[in-house]
Design a protein around this ligand. Sequence first.
Ligand code: FAD
Ligand code: SF4
Length: 510
Amino acid sequence: MKILRLILGDQLNIKHSWFKETNDAIMYCMFEMRQETDYVAHHIQKVIGFFAAMREFSKDMKSKDHKVIYLKINDEDNTQSLADNLSFLIKKLEIETFEYIYPDEYRLDEQLHTFCKSLSIPSKVVSAEHFYTKREDLSNFFKGKKQYLMENFYRDMRKKYNILMIANQPEGGKWNYDKSNRNKWKGDVEIPNYKLFKNDVSEIAKDIENTKIKTIGTFETKTFSYPISRTQALEQLKYFCEHLLIHFGDYQDAMHTDEDYLFHSRLSFAMNLKLISPKDIVTTIMNYYRKHGEHINISQVEGFIRQIIGWREYMRGMYWTFMPEYKTKNELENHNKLPDFFWTGNTKMNCLKHAITNSLDNGYAHHIQRLMITGNYALLTQTNPDEVDAWYLGIYVDAIEWVQLTNTRGMSQFADGGKIATKPYVSSGSYINKMSNYCSGCHYNKSKKLEDDACPFNSLYWNFLDEKREYLGNNFRMGMMYNLLDKMDKTELQNIKEKAQHIIANQDDY
Ligand code: FAD
Ligand code: SF4
């Protein structure tokens, strides 16, 4: 045996050029490992989903006559460490060259780099052939510019790849329809049934139970509902085009007690494992739009395209620009702990109860739940970003560090001092009430600040602004809020601050 090629759990791209031809001199290897299950406590469905997709992928590879060694989590030969498993196979199979695909996570990139340096045989690393951009493209794009701005990057991507462009101008006359993406969903527009797969993962669940891997979240359904193969990912995408795209943009920021997914695509797990590529998605969406454009407003399509070629590529570029320092950033100097209810959903705050229950039950929450409910609360309670990162990295089935860290520490917690977001995403209860029906069924009153039944977000919000004035007072985009704070009666502010301090010290009582 001459060449050993490693496929990591998030590199399941069957369209990769590696797999175009079969070759008996090439052995592929895939490992389920404690190294990956234990570096943070993951959601049970996340571990199950990764193993299910990996097993499916290796089956597919074998059926196409590729040679694959697959080590399950409980296999005797499995050392549970990437370097040790690779060393074992290199020796056993008398490998002459080791090859791998660029990992998307800094931790694995470093580990494989060090491993290759220790080898006495040559090694080679190749592109994942997944993203539009290369790791370094974003930092090159912003070289010499004063500020990183997603919008500038996004417009460049639209032009470069000729997406929603007519004669070098944005189709429809506008680059961005963000302002029309802010409707509250009141039940008047019907949401079609969600497309939930019923993947039988009972064997994997048993393996995980037997190996006593520590997990979080629940697994009541006993089947895995996200796509675990390219075929399923394409089905999910087709369903999104035919049933959900029509209102995606309108209700992108909406939240509702009865709806876990609204018009969201549920494609992030499949995309992050590379079962499907962003190019597959953009091409399919654009073809659908060209065929059915008379029924679909451009704002829905642009809203979705922006997430894929804008935010997703931007976050990856920012990750590679600022790692490894990014992972230690805490510019607002927040040091509190997350309350226990983040792991139980046991709180009287209805918005948090729903966002956390969705996360615990489905390993999922949509963007505004992540940003404006759990993230907003963690920031207002001045939680240590390490704590917030560990929760987000564990709880979501789609959480891989390159996209989780930039969204959590950067966009949501402003711990990078404003590299990703130009102002902190914080709000009082009134924003939550504007975008959801949470407040109408809540123990607390969204309009009150100080009373026993006052919405905790209200006092936390003004307390946060006051406490973080040193860091945020000069932020141009925060000027209006600081003007309002300055006009507030001093005694009232003092009372608000005391109330907020009480909430922070007793979070699990609220
Ligand atoms: P849709 O709403 O249907 O959006 C379509 C796709 O756009 C998503 O699948 C995703 O690939 C992409 N996208 C949308 N927003 C973003 C974004 N801000 N950054 C990158 N891609 C985006 N996304 C992850 O994939 N993994 C994470 O670990 C993750 N952690 C997050 C943490 C926080 C605090 C926040 C605010 C957001 C996070 N996101 C993360 C981004 C976003 O919330 C999820 O991608 C989205 O909710 C996934 O559901 P969906 O596929 O139904 O998305
Ligand atoms: Fe959340 Fe406050 Fe509304 Fe209750 S009243 S749902 S705590 S924003």
